[in-house]
Design a protein around this ligand. Structure first.
Ligand code: S3P
Length: 447
């Protein structure tokens, strides 16, 4: 699977498999993989990473870091070796940085480049070129970087970084780990103290990993807000990192096992950082049987194996406060809700409209084709479940549109497993951005 514009779309039908059973391991966490390449590229000496996600988004980050001077190689046993250039040592890239489909690569790298005296042009695919970049342009302009963006503050854009940059205190206007991380990464090569205030906590992998690499970073909780302070002109020490499995990838198999009658699946090595694991709590509240076994720590992150058994789910009102801890999991939660007993309501999900696709509209269109009953609102979906009956599925000649969005494609693949007639997806190439072996793993469980 490759989303390269040269290859033709790959349609595929996902049909009911019979019970899912067996043990799988999902690939490494995407957020942690990006950050390990970026921080490794800024440390002096060799960082070694095992379990790195080798999906297109992460490979885009690796290519960009190489273009800016880091030496990054993959050894035969799958270990990645990164020789960094040191904080402040990024080189002027000779060609535009191709970010593909990856918002995380783009926004975090914009932060890194902003406090170096280099100029970089960021380009991406049709989906990424629609996504809002003003949320990072605004704070990075305050540190002194300059931008020439496409109309609407989108890619392609050229960033002229600055050194010395001005340290800022920035209160996040949107709950976004990418914006938080962009400001913190810019702060690494900025003399003085950079502060980010987070009114709503978001995934904290950047904070954990910056500390792990030896940066002087502290986090304080005050009046329900998180205040993150970073001392600049940091010297990062190379690390040995083990990337835990991605809970956002495990999510598809957790929901599939809950929905397909008779299923009993063990998913090993799932990262359960509390800023990421919201979906599993919500599914348990709905009656899902998800058991954590062998809880441990991997790479400074909580990890467990998840045993998931088919369960009758009940609709609930999902508390909008949990949204940041499961922001990428709503498409697959909608699928779970479509088979639950009763109604599930979701609110406070405006951010879903600016992901790889407008995920509220994309899922509304897709669920309509698959025969689910729901209403779309400005900030969420209200879903009326079937009470356990399979969805009808897509009719002949009808295919769900994935909109270059891996999570729409995978969520609707899960819907296909829980349908009567199967669900046809117009193009499964986008799945390779985050989960290259998704279909192979699904087939192994259906075995
Ligand atoms: C990510 C943060 C989230 C998430 C994305 C990965 C990260 O985006 O949706 O898939 O690695 O920081 P936002 O920060 O835009 O919410």
């Amino acid at each position: 699977m490759s989303a390269s514009p040269d290859s033709p779309p790959q349609p595929r039908r996902f049909s009911p498999p019979g019970a899912l059973s067996g043990t799988i391991r999902v690939p490494g966490d995407k957020s942690i993989s990006h950050r390990s390449l970026m921080l490794g590229a800024l440390a002096v000496g060799e960082t070694r990473v095992t379990g790195l996600l080798e999906g297109e988004d992460v490979l885009a980050t690796a290519a960009a870091m190489r273009q800016m001077g880091a030496t990054i190689t993959r050894e035969d046993d799958g270990t990645w070796s990164i020789h960094g250039v040191g904080v402040g040592g990024l080189l002027q890239p000779a060609a535009p940085l191709d970010m593909g489909n990856s918002g995380t690569s783009t926004r975090l790298l914009m932060g890194l480049v902003a406090s170096h005296a280099i100029t970089a042009t960021f380009v991406g695919d049709a989906s990424l070129s629609k996504r809002p970049m003003r949320r990072v342009i605004d704070p990075l302009s305050q540190i002194g970087a300059e931008f020439e963006a496409s109309e609407g503050g989108t890619l392609p854009l050229t960033l002229r970084g600055i050194s010395p940059a001005v340290p800022i205190t920035y209160r996040l206007p949107v709950a976004s780990a990418q914006v938080k991380s962009a400001v913190l990464l810019a702060g690494l090569n900025t003399a003085g103290t950079t502060t980010v205030i987070e009114p709503v906590p978001t995934r904290d992998h950047s904070e954990r990993m910056l500390k792990g690499f030896g940066a002087d970073l502290s986090v304080e909780e005050k009046d329900g807000e998180r205040i993150i302070t970073l001392k600049g002109e940091a010297e990062l020490k190379p690390q040995t990192i083990t990337v835990p499995g991605d809970p956002s990838s495990a999510a598809f198999f957790v929901v599939a096992a809950l929905l397909v009658p008779g299923s009993d699946v063990l998913i090993e090595n799932v990262g359960l950082n509390p800023t990421r694991a919201g979906l599993f709590g919500v599914l348990r509240q709905m009656g899902g049987s998800i058991e954590e076994v062998n809880a441990r720590e991997v790479g400074g992150e909580p990890v467990a194996d998840l045993r998931v058994r088919h369960s009758m789910l009940r609709g609930i009102a999902v508390d909008p406060a949990v949204a940041p801890s499961m922001i990428d999991e709503f498409p697959v939660l909608f699928v779970a809700a479509a088979l639950a007993e009763g109604t599930t309501t979701t609110t406070g999900l405006d951010e879903l409209r600016v992901k790889e696709s407008d995920r509220l509209t994309a899922m509304a269109e897709a669920l309509t084709l698959a025969g689910a009953k729901f209403e779309e609102h400005e900030d969420g979906l209200t879903i009326h479940g079937t009470g356990g009956d399979p969805l009808p599925g897509t009719g002949e000649g009808a295919a769900v549109v994935s909109h270059l969005d891996h999570r729409i494609a995978m969520s609707m693949a899960v819907a296909g497993l829980a349908s009567r007639n199967g669900v046809e997806i117009d193009d499964v190439r986008p799945i390779a951005t985050s989960f290259p072996n998704f279909i192979a793993l699904m087939e192994s469980l259906a075995g």
